[in-house]
Ligand binder design. Structure first.
Ligand code: SME
Length: 178
């Protein structure tokens, strides 16, 4: 792993922040392809980066991690590496915010989780959520899921920045066979 600064300046604009975060995730994945290892380090870098921003000081990010497509059941997500409280272990495709992102292959930017039909509440502190599907050659490998205590915690800029990060993660890992 290249020598890189993993501390984030809390005053960075969202654009500058995501360009730095992208570099950090690239650095993590540089000499490593095992998905568990890379998703573990990616979840901590994204989590700690986001919680350090001024925007999240008052009502922070409270969960950040991955669900992967269950190698034993391709219509189900199963809990992967994350930061935060204990979470539900399986989510069927099509259920909740994560399952919707997985079945539609579309990122979900949820302003208020209480308004999302079928939202699965793992931590009652969550009020908004962003979920990015990890897709390779049309196959859904999993999702990146981030929860925030703030209503409207995430913006289109977060979604765009996280989609770029998800795409690096998809490319740099060797994934379980379908
Ligand atoms: N809220 C998610 C479930 C996962 S937790 O947030 C960690 C959902 O509705 O899919």
């Amino acid at each position: 792993m290249k020598d890189i600064q993993f501390n984030t300046d809390p005053t960075l604009s969202r654009k500058e922040f995501y360009s730095e975060l992208l570099e950090q995730v690239q650095c993590i994945c540089e000499d490593q392809t095992f998905w568990v290892t890379n998703l573990s380090n990616a979840s901590t870098v994204i989590y700690h980066g986001l919680i350090s921003l001024e925007h999240f000081q008052e009502k922070p990010i409270n969960w950040c991690g991955f669900y992967i497509t269950n190698p034993k059941n391709p219509q189900q997500l199963i809990l992967g590496p994350f930061q935060g409280k204990v979470a539900c272990t399986v989510i069927p495709f099509g259920k909740g915010v994560c399952g919707t992102a997985a079945s539609s292959k579309e990122s979900q930017l949820v302003r208020d989780v209480h308004e999302f039909p079928g939202h699965i509440a793992c931590d009652s502190a969550s009020n908004s959520e962003v979920v990015i599907p990890l897709v390779k050659d049309g196959r859904v490998l999993g999702v990146l899921d981030i929860d925030c205590e703030k209503i409207e915690g995430f913006t289109q800029e977060d979604k765009d920045g996280l989609e770029a990060i998800a795409s690096v993660i998809v490319k740099c890992c060797e994934w379980p066979a379908a």
